[in-house]
Design a protein around this ligand. Structure first.
Ligand SMILES: O=C(O)C1=C[C@@H](OP(=O)(O)O)[C@@H](O)[C@H](O)C1
Ligand SMILES: C=C(OP(=O)(O)O)C(=O)O
Length: 427
C-alpha cells in the first residue's frame, strides 16, 4: 500500500471502541445470565475471533454494526465445541478464554495464527494447572495449539512476575469457578484493570488492595449494558500524528481515559505536547473524555518502571514521536515488547531506521535521538503487526517521498477504519 505525506491533520475523529473492553464484554456476557447489550463494540479482527469462539460454544450472539447482543445462559450454558477454537492473532482472546475454560467441564482446543504460535502461554497455563486444570500444548503448554479440559478448581495465591492484565484476568476468571475459595493475584506493577471494573458491572465482588486483586469463587454473573469507550491505544496514533505533523489540530471524541491505560497522556505532557483533556465523563464503569491535540515542539523523555504497563501498546508510536523530539528519549523496563504480535523492540527499530531515524535497541527497550527528518522512497512492513503498521503510516505523513507499506491489512486487527480516518483528516 502506498502512503503519502500530509501537510497537516485537521478535524474530529470518533475513535472506535476499546479492544480490551470489547473482548471482555463478549466473554463475560457469554457466561452471564441474561441478555448483555454492548454498544460501540470494536469490529476488529481480534474481537471477532472472540465472538467466533463463543458462538462455537453455543452462545447466541448477534452483531449489528457496532451493537452486539449476547444471550448468555451462565457458565452452565456453554457447550463443548465440536470444532477447534480459532483465536486468530489475539493474545487477549487466547489467555482470557483459557481462564474461562478452566471452569467448564469439557474439552476444547485453541489454535491461532503464526504470531500467536510464538507467544508464551505458560504464564497462564502454569497457574491454571496449579488450580487443578488439565491443560497441555506445544512445549509443555507454552504454545498453541493448546488443549484444555476444565473441571473443579481450587483457589490459589499467585505472585506474577510480569505486570500483565491477561495473566491477572485469566486467573481471576478461573477463580470465579472455585467452590467459594479465594483466589488472589499480585503483580509487580499495576496492569490495566478492565476485568475488575467490568466484573463489578456484571454483579461480581472483586477486592482490590494495592497490587493484589482477589475474587471469591461461586459467584454468578448477571447480564449488563456495556458502552465501550473509544480505544486510547488507537487514539494514540492520532495524538502522536497531531503533535508531530506540522499544521495539525485534532479532536478525538469519547476516548477511554482509565488511569491504568492513560500513560500516553502522561508522556505527551512530559514531552511538552499541547494536549487537552475535556468533557470528562466518570458516570460509567470506565471514564472517558474528548482529547484535543495540536502540533507541538516536543522534547525527549525517559519512560520506565510502573508507567510501562500503562502504555505498553503505545510504545511503537511513542518511539516515532521521539524521533521528532529535541534530545534523547530512553525507553526501558519494556522487555514485554518482545512477546507481542512481533518482537516490537526489533520491528520498531528496524523499520524506523529504514526511514532515517537515529534509534537503537537495548535489552529492555530503545534509545532514540531526535530530532531527525524522516526520508521516504523506501518499502517498510508491518511484519503482520497492526501497531507497527499504524505507526509507519503516521511516519509516512512526514516523509517527502511516498512509502510503500507491506502487510498493511494487519491493521484490521484493532482499527479497520484507520486509513479512512487518516485520509479524512489529512490535508
Ligand atoms: O488485557 C488486555 O486486554 C491486554 C493486555 C496487555 O497485554 P499483557 O497482559 O500481555 O501485558 C496488552 O498488551 C494487550 O494489548 C491487551
Ligand atoms: C498486544 C496486543 O494485543 P493481544 O495481546 O491481545 O494480541 C496489542 O493489541 O497491541
Amino acid at each position: 500500500m502506498k502512503l503519502h505525506s500530509s501537510t497537516g491533520l485537521q478535524g474530529e475523529i470518533h475513535i472506535p471502541g476499546d479492544k480490551s473492553i470489547s473482548h471482555r464484554a463478549v466473554m463475560f456476557g457469554s457466561v452471564a445470565e441474561g441478555k448483555t447489550v454492548i454498544t460501540n463494540f470494536l469490529n476488529g479482527a481480534d474481537c471477532l475471533s472472540t465472538i467466533s469462539c463463543f458462538k462455537k460454544m453455543g452462545v447466541d450472539i448477534t452483531v449489528d454494526g457496532t451493537n452486539v447482543e449476547v444471550n448468555g445462559k451462565g457458565f452452565e450454558g456453554l457447550q463443548e465445541p465440536a470444532d477447534i477454537l480459532d483465536v486468530g492473532n489475539s493474545g487477549t482472546t487466547t489467555r482470557l478464554i483459557l481462564g474461562l475454560l478452566a471452569g467448564t467441564p469439557f474439552h476444547s482446543c485453541l489454535i491461532g495464527d503464526e504470531s500467536i504460535a510464538k507467544r508464551p502461554m505458560k504464564r497462564v497455563t502454569e497457574p491454571l494447572k496449579q488450580m487443578g486444570v488439565s491443560i497441555d500444548g506445544r512445549d509443555h503448554g507454552n504454545f498453541t495449539p493448546i488443549s484444555i479440559r476444565g473441571g473443579s478448581l481450587r483457589g490459589i495465591t499467585f505472585k506474577s512476575n510480569v505486570a500483565s492484565a491477561q495473566v491477572k484476568s485469566a486467573i481471576l476468571l478461573a477463580g470465579l469457578r472455585t467452590e467459594g475459595e479465594l483466589t488472589s493475584v499480585t503483580e509487580p506493577h499495576k496492569s490495566r484493570d478492565h476485568t475488575e471494573r467490568m466484573l463489578k458491572s456484571f454483579g461480581a465482588e472483586v477486592e482490590e488492595n494495592g497490587l493484589t486483586v482477589s475474587i471469591k469463587g461461586g459467584q454468578a454473573l448477571k447480564a449488563a449494558q456495556i458502552e465501550v469507550p473509544g480505544d486510547i491505544s488507537s487514539a494514540a496514533f492520532f495524538l502522536a500524528a497531531g503533535a508531530i505533523v506540522p499544521n495539525s489540530k485534532l479532536i478525538l471524541r469519547r476516548v477511554g481515559i482509565n488511569p491504568t491505560r492513560s500513560g500516553i497522556l502522561e508522556v505527551l505532557e512530559q514531552m511538552g505536547a499541547a494536549i487537552k483533556v475535556t468533557e470528562v465523563e466518570t458516570a460509567s464503569f470506565e471514564p472517558m473524555a474528548d482529547l484535543e491535540i495540536q502540533t507541538s515542539d516536543l522534547k525527549g523523555t525517559t519512560i520506565s518502571g510502573e508507567l510501562i504497563p500503562k502504555l505498553i501498546d503505545e510504545i511503537p508510536i511513542i518511539a516515532l514521536m521521539a524521533t521528532q523530539a529535541e534530545g534523547k528519549t530512553i525507553i526501558k523496563d519494556a522487555e514485554e515488547l518482545k512477546v507481542k504480535e512481533t518482537n516490537r523492540i526489533d520491528t520498531v527499530v528496524h523499520e524506523l531506521k529504514k526511514l532515517g531515524a537515529d534509534i537503537e535497541a537495548t535489552e529492555d527497550g530503545m534509545i532514540i535521538n531526535g530530532k531527525k527528518p524522516l526520508t521516504g522512497g523506501v518499502e517498510v512492513s508491518s511484519h503482520g503487526d497492526h501497531r507497527i503498521g499504524m505507526m509507519l503510516s503516521i511516519a509516512a505523513c512526514l516523509t517527502e517521498k511516498t512509502v510503500e507499506l507491506g502487510q498493511a491489512e494487519a491493521i484490521n486487527v484493532s482499527y479497520p477504519g484507520f486509513f479512512n480516518d487518516l485520509a479524512r483528516v489529512s490535508q
